[in-house]
Design a binder for this molecule. Sequence first.
Ligand code: ZN
Ligand code: ZN
Length: 147
Amino acid sequence: MQLTGRCLCEAISYQIEGPLGPIFNCHCSKCRRWHGSAFRTRASIRSSQFRWLSGEHLLSRFKSSDNVTKTFCSVCGSNLASFYENDPDLVGIALGGLEQDPGQRPLAHIFAASKAPWHEISDDLPQFAEWPGGEAQVRATRQDDNP
Ligand SMILES: [Zn+2]
Ligand SMILES: [Zn+2]
């Protein structure tokens, strides 16, 4: 499966060779601020699955913590991919920019302990107070790693 996504001004576009890793709704304060919303719906993919198609020279970068660099469009401000200095094989993507249905659905709410007080989680998905078991465990649950 091939997925594409774009920023709001459409100057930056990217391509993902599916499938995505597990999709989570992240309620951490950084994601809430970054997206200006109740949560960020995101998935991890391998860096080999991801490539920029256009507008890479317009990317802005922000180091949000020691090991995380977030990218966004310098023209329209759309949040794009996250890169991890301590795990360069991984890319975090926001599902909001996708142009197709990836065919997968969110598996859980993560960092639910940090959720906005004005937002009620109203579905039956599992809720984890923080990251559920660390990056290694999440990667091990990726569909393409299953037997
Ligand atoms: Zn843009
Ligand atoms: Zn988050």
